[in-house]
Design a protein. Structure first.
Length: 157
């Protein structure tokens, strides 16, 4: 991928919101590769970002080439945890993690990640995997999302 003029802010570096958009596009590409996009379309599911965190290490500038590598870190009863790593020439520039929840398009009923994984495994003729253990930093972050002390309710529910 390459940084385009519309990705820039007034400081002439990639706008923080553009990183989220880049990661969104990469997520859909990944879903297309693993059959998830076809399954979601067939089932009338939509993916919704429930929470995200991002860490910036370096700035991308106009016309810079970069790569966005996405991977599913794991899942729980509510969301998938998906990591995006934006690199340039092998060096990490930005790391983002999102909590992705799926809803039925019409009813807005939540779809369990376990059900999605089961159907994907079945579709591909694989055994149903268990979620990998989340990396410690993500597990700690996820724990903070499960309870919003000001509202006294879960952030990602």
């Amino acid at each position: 991928m390459r940084v385009l003029p519309q990705d820039l802010d007034f400081m002439m570096v990639v706008n923080n919101g553009s990183y989220q958009q880049i990661m969104d596009v990469a997520g859909y590409r990944q879903m297309g590769k693993n059959g998830g996009l076809r399954l979601a379309t067939k089932q009338s599911w939509i993916g919704v970002v429930a929470a995200s965190t991002i860490r910036f290490r370096r700035s991308l500038r106009l016309w810079d080439r970069f790569e966005d590598t996405s991977r599913v870190l794991g899942w729980d009863d509510r969301v998938f945890y998906i990591e995006h790593r934006i690199t340039r020439r092998g060096e990490l520039y930005t790391r983002g993690v999102i909590c992705l929840r799926f809803l039925h398009r019409r009813s807005r009923e939540r779809i369990s990640p376990h059900e999605i994984v089961r159907l994907l495994a079945q579709q591909q003729g694989h055994a149903v995997p268990q979620s990998p253990e989340l990396p410690l930093d993500i597990a700690e972050w996820a724990a903070t999302l499960n309870h919003d002390v000001t509202a006294n309710e879960s952030v990602v529910d």
